[in-house]
Structures are given as structure tokens and as C-alpha cells.
Design a protein around this ligand. Sequence first.
Ligand SMILES: N[C@@H](CCC(=O)N[C@@H](CS)C(=O)NCC(=O)O)C(=O)O
Length: 66
Amino acid sequence: MTEHTPITLHGVMSPNVVKVAIMLEELALPYVLKHVALFNGEQFTPEFRKLNPVGKVPVIEDPALG
Ligand SMILES: N[C@@H](CCC(=O)N[C@@H](CS)C(=O)NCC(=O)O)C(=O)O
């Protein structure tokens, strides 16, 4: 089996993010959770807006997709 870099799930412990984590668990896809400090406005930083211009979580980064 080929080893893949895990998916990164950017988010917090909110229902919108947890439902994506449940999907990843159900699909048995390896992932790491990266906390986004919403109350500090991290979702509006230029770095985060490169991931999601809307400035919201959840965001999935899948290295397999480039
Ligand atoms: N329908 C959207 C909703 C995303 C959403 O509202 N995310 C909230 C957290 S659950 C968020 O990022 N809030 C930060 C903000 O709006 O600044 C989705 O599920 O993708």
C-alpha cells in the first residue's frame, strides 16, 4: 500500500467541522486537525484566505490533489 501525506482538516470543534471529521473517519482517510483561532481572526489572514477566500472553516487540504 502506498503511504500518503495525511489530509489536513482546518477548523474548530464546531458542527460544521465535526461532520467533515466524521466523514473522514468513516472513509478511514488519515487526517490531521489544524486548529484555526476564529476568535483571534485567524480565518481572515492572507495565509488562510489562500486556502478559503471566504474565510470560513472547515477547509480540507489534500496533498494528493496537489
Ligand atoms: N456552510 C459553511 C459554513 C461554514 C461556517 O459558518 N463556519 C464557521 C464555523 S462553524 C466559521 O468559519 N466562522 C468564522 C467566521 O464566519 O468568521 C460550511 O459548512 O462550509
